[in-house]
Write a protein that binds this ligand. Structure first.
Ligand code: LMR
Length: 330
């Protein structure tokens, strides 16, 4: 009997070893376009370290910052197709998949980031996270960057002043219309190309958060800035729906916990960075930072707000209503 089992017993270590070889940790890809020293960059690093600490024998996360792997437009498609596992594109970058997220591009819709936070926590805001899952894109969480500011290479204070300037935009229909309303020329462009385009004077203006203006050194070619707070640049942390559904309950718990913690951290970084980077910019000798009066701000609002009505049929009245309700402080 033993002699019959002998070949099997001899083969056992090899079988075990090959079993171990198969159990190499799986590599998961997290792609983004900003530097590591940004709210999103730091959030991704914390997520990686938490997952690898708890599930390192099963998963390793490779982060590709600074558009090293792909830009955000491709990242959204790569998530849908399951080629990468995590990304956190700006909410303006989903227009090939949905119209409803255009709500975040409507100018002057949100009073401040607290209102954005309240909307994101509302039933409408939460439904937006999952409504692309049939396309393979599952939103796990929102992540803040902050409110957008206008910058240009010449002085400006009222909407007419931007007429004729070429403004870089994220490829988004609403953002395109926003600049057309100002008689400026919107130029859709990937984030990674903006600095060089400003340096070459291919574009003369752009809109972004304090933290992106600072970390990308846009100020070197954009000495005029207005604290317009006219729009929001937030992110959706997304994953591929099939990948997510393939996780065991135990793995899922760890991923959800790591996501919650790292998003909390990223949001705290966003708040601090936007405050610090604004202060750093305003103290630069060659930067002029305009804080518009309420009368000046009203002019910008009048110029841009017609978009709310124009896009209501595409976004849905209930979504816009929920966003406006979020402006009420409870
Ligand atoms: C942009 O393209 O301006 C932003 O989406 C970049 C980012 O991810 O913050």
């Amino acid at each position: 009997m033993l002699s019959k089992l002998r070949p099997l017993l001899l083969a056992l270590p090899c079988l075990l070893l090959s079993g171990l070889a198969i159990a190499e940790p799986r590599t998961l890809i997290f792609s983004h376009v900003v530097s590591e020293d940004t709210p999103k960059g730091k959030m991704a690093l914390m997520f990686k370290s938490m997952i690898e600490r708890r599930l390192g024998d099963q998963f390793q996360i490779e982060i590709y910052p600074n558009t090293e792997l792909m830009d955000d437009d491709e990242a959204v498609t790569a998530i849908a197709e399951g080629r990468i596992h995590f990304a956190a594109p700006s909410l303006s970058k989903f227009q090939n998949y949905t119209n409803r997220l255009m709500v975040y591009d409507l100018p002057f819709l949100f009073a401040d980031m607290d209102a954005v936070e309240r909307f994101q926590g509302s039933a409408q805001g939460q439904a937006l996270l999952t409504h692309m899952s049939t396309d393979g894109i599952l939103g796990l969480s929102y992540l803040h960057n902050g409110l957008k500011q206008l910058t240009a290479n010449r002085d400006f204070s009222q909407p007419d002043d931007l007429a004729g300037l070429r403004f870089r935009i994220i490829a988004s229909e609403v953002l395109q219309k926003q600049f057309e309303l100002l008689d400026a020329e919107p130029v859709p462009m990937a984030f990674s190309q903006v600095y060089q385009a400003l340096a070459n004077n291919d574009i003369q203006g752009q809109e972004n958060t304090w933290s992106n203006i600072y970390s990308q050194a846009f100020y070197e070619h954009q000495p005029y800035m207005m604290q317009s707070n006219h729009g929001v640049l937030d992110y959706m942390v997304i994953t591929n729906a099939d990948f997510w559904n393939s996780l065991t309950d135990e793995q899922l718990q760890e991923f959800i916990f790591a996501m919650e913690m790292s998003v909390k951290y990223g949001n705290a970084v966003a708040l601090a960075k936007n405050q610090n980077d604004r202060a750093a910019l305003s103290s630069m000798g060659d930067v002029t930072l305009l804080e518009p009066t309420s009368v000046q701000l009203a002019q910008w609002q009048t110029a841009m707000k017609p978009l709310w009505q124009e896009y209501e049929p595409l976004i849905g009245a209930a979504v816009i209503e929920a966003a406006l309700e979020a402006n009420q402080v409870p």
